[in-house]
Design a protein around this ligand. Structure first.
Ligand code: ZN
Length: 339
């Protein structure tokens, strides 16, 4: 029987010091900066658009402190803001995962490549990798909302051009179908970006190497499942028909379903093996992290949900607002927002 991770979702107030918040903020921003050195957001007509990324460090505003947000500031400016409370949560999650050696394959089978890595220790290296994984998962998801034109589409409907990820409260009836479809759409794009970057980073990691490629895809699946299970604990229980975000077990499996095209394109020789490893990792997370007798949705249900969301996006005309990312010089400013 697999061990079960029990972890406290509670953040103890005495742990929330200015130093801790600053350290996590700088660590997260440094990681986002490493993802965006040549990333330029442009309109369909190639006009540059600014993207500001920052961390909300004010614990007094609990809603924003424990949240992640994508918004449109003005005609040429978008913003991604991640709450430091969410980073504190991610730090706790990463600590929990490396505390139990049976949970992730990397803890058992990854190898050190340098003396410096050996001195730091596998737990520390993997903790940092998992923390950065969660930060980038959120970053890519928020960026997907922007690039896929979700904020501009909301603006065209006369709605506020802002999307908050937490808490996942019940939505108004008129935007419900649209909200869930926007989340599927963002998860679809974000999971591909995330896998592409993680796959590349782990293939070229100078400190740590997974002995088996399948093991890192298992861990990738586990981390995706873990994030959604953890998010589940942060939201109120509401019936699916009233949710802004899809059910978290569905979101996990849908995110992996969307990766099929990545495996087809970039990992075609062993795609079935990697896909299975990913799915096994995700299922292990869904069944062991904060488990509550969940029934996992079957594949047909996932495919149907994803197809319905795609159809809604088409019907609503969201694609007309889509923007482009190009890879030359950056229009991202990370951690330098001037109010
Ligand atoms: Zn979202």
């Amino acid at each position: 029987m697999k061990k079960i991770i029990y972890l406290s979702m509670a953040i103890h107030p005495e742990d929330v010091t200015v130093e801790v918040i600053k350290r996590l903020r700088d660590d997260a921003l440094g990681h986002v900066r490493s993802l965006t050195p040549k990333m330029r957001l442009v309109t369909k007509a190639d006009d540059p658009l600014a993207v500001e990324v920052d961390i909300d460090t004010n614990p007094k505003d609990r809603f924003r402190f424990y949240n992640a947000y994508a918004g449109k500031v003005d005609q040429h400016r978008y913003r991604i803001r991640i709450g430091a409370g969410l980073l504190l949560q991610f730090d706790v999650f990463a600590q929990a995962m490396v505390a139990d050696e049976t949970v992730l394959k990397g803890m058992r089978s990854a190898r050190f490549l340098t003396d410096a890595a050996r001195a730091l220790g596998k737990a520390r290296l993997l903790h940092d990798f998992f923390f950065h994984f969660m930060v980038s998962a959120v970053f890519w998801h928020e960026l997907a909302h922007i690039v896929l034109g979700h904020l501009d589409w909301l603006g065209a409907q006369g709605s506020e051009q802002a999307l908050f990820e937490l808490p996942m409260a019940a939505s108004h009836e008129d935007v419900r179908g649209a909200s869930q479809s926007l989340e599927y759409d963002a998860d679809r794009q974000a999971s591909k970006w995330l896998l592409a970057v993680v796959d590349l980073a782990l293939s070229n990691n100078p400190s740590l190497r997974y002995a088996e490629d399948a093991d890192r895809f298992y861990d990738f699946g586990f981390l995706i499942g873990f994030i959604f299970r953890a998010l589940d604990a942060l939201e109120s229980k509401i019936p699916d028909c009233k949710r802004v975000h899809p059910d978290n077990n569905v979101r996990t499996l849908a995110s992996l379903h969307y990766l099929d095209t990545y495996f087809d394109q970039y990992r075609s020789s062993r795609k079935v093996e990697y896909r299975i490893a990913c799915l096994e990792g995700a299922k292990a997370a869904l069944q062991s992290v904060l488990h509550d007798q969940i029934r996992l949705p079957d594949q047909a249900e996932i495919i149907l949900n994803c197809a319905r969301a795609d159809m809604t996006i088409e019907t609503l005309g969201v694609r007309a607002h889509q923007l482009k990312l190009v890879n030359d010089k950056t229009t991202f400013s990370v951690g330098k927002i001037l109010e």
